[in-house]
Write a protein that binds this ligand. Structure first.
Ligand code: KG4
Length: 351
């Protein structure tokens, strides 16, 4: 079964073609047109600009994705079209949904609506079949819009254990990076700066670890953002613009977020006797987070399956949308014109 998958949930226009059968899911093409540079001037994603860019990019990205997959441009051998219906920026989601519906109508193919966060979980079946031995799993989804810990009992069986009460981890990285004068997206900038932090500096920075010791699985990152701003404000111009301050502060911001994510994920693994840990979302690209999470989790249980997808499949991409659609064919829609964009909705509990 060939699936053409589309994701326009935020600022990347992504189209992929995947081929699925009983034993294997193969990526035939994966094209991402990034708008990162365009949004840098605004320090974050500008929704109406992103929407306009999707409109312009979608036909071009489609052509490239079909060509790379070796398919005919007019009548491609596609069995279904998968589309992200949410969560995401609503104007951007609609751009993709309308495009998918036009294709479905003209090619007379069914549509499979995909939940973006579920796709972050299911993309792991590219590497390892998500069969019974993998479950229960704990999924840590950390992006610019979401921070959630989810108990995964099987494909389509999710329970939200906890989530952020305010800012997402990525949002905190993006906003604090801005305070430090670093460009958007802030996560990779903070990660790079953190590697440059001097070892024995006289400059001392200590940030809080919000909700580290609470018994639940929730997170809160808005206080961390405020703490960064207060520290920055109390420093002289000379200090806050110094390389040492920027790198040490970056290291401390990153470590504060990692400490909380690692602690809560480990607690969930122990409490639910999980057999696997899945990570996804842009923040899951962070090398230090991956390293520290792996180290801690393997101390708790050295037989744990660590399903850490390659970095290009952690950030927004259409491959994961195709994979999720292949595994969730129960959601197939024969008729188009019925799709709804689900805006900022987080992952909901399901059976
Ligand atoms: O999942 P994603 O690509 O898009 C959505 O939010 O939907 O995630 C983007 C987020 C941004 O906040 C970005 O700063 C963060 O992921 N990010 C990182 C890294 N790469 C991207 N955060 C920390 N370390 C990274 N290497």
């Amino acid at each position: 079964m060939n699936i053409l998958a589309i994701d326009t949930s935020c600022d990347d226009t992504s189209i992929a073609v995947i081929k699925g059968n009983k034993n294997r899911i193969e990526i035939l093409s994966n094209v991402v047109s990034s708008q990162e540079k365009l949004h840098q001037a605004y320090g974050g994603v500008y929704p109406s600009l992103a929407k306009r860019e999707h409109l312009k990019n979608l036909p071009l990205v489609l052509k490239r994705a079909l060509k790379k997959a070796g398919l005919d441009l007019e009548k491609p051998k596609i069995d279904a079209i998968a589309i992200t219906t949410g969560p995401g920026l609503e104007p951007c989601l609609w751009q993709g949904i309308n495009f998918a519906e036009e294709l479905a109508n003209s090619w007379r193919k069914p549509i499979i609506p995909v939940h973006h966060l579920e796709a972050h979980i299911l993309v792991n079946s590219l590497d390892k079949k998500l069969e019974a031995s993998v479950f229960p799993a704990i999924a840590l989804l950390v992006s610019g819009g979401n921070t959630q810990l989810i108990l995964v009992k099987g494909v389509g069986k999710y329970k939200i254990l906890g989530e952020t009460r305010d800012d997402a981890a990525g949002e905190c990285l993006d906003k604090t990076a801005r305070v430090l004068g670093l460009s958007y997206p802030g996560g990779p900038q903070i990660a790079t700066q953190a590697t440059k932090a001097p070892k024995n500096s006289k400059l001392k920075i200590k940030l809080p670890r919000p909700m580290l010791h609470t018994k639940d699985y929730d997170f809160s990152f808005s206080g961390l953002k405020t703490a960064v701003l207060y520290d920055w404000k109390k420093r002289s111009k000379k200090v806050r613009e110094s390389k040492a301050y920027i790198s040490l502060m970056s290291q401390e911001i990153q470590q504060s977020i990692i400490d909380v994510l690692v602690k809560k994920t480990t607690k969930a693994v122990k409490d639910y006797r999980a057999k696997s840990v899945i990570i996804g979302g842009g923040v899951a690209c962070n090398t230090e987070l991956r390293k520290q999470l792996k180290k801690r989790l393997l101390i708790v249980n050295n037989k744990l399956n660590l399903l850490f997808p390659p970095k290009n499949l952690c950030t927004d991409n259409a491959v994961m949308i195709g994979v999720a659609a292949f595994l969730r064919q129960d959601k197939i829609l024969k008729k188009t014109g019925t799709l709804k964009a689900i805006g900022n909705q987080k992952m909901k509990n399901s059976s």
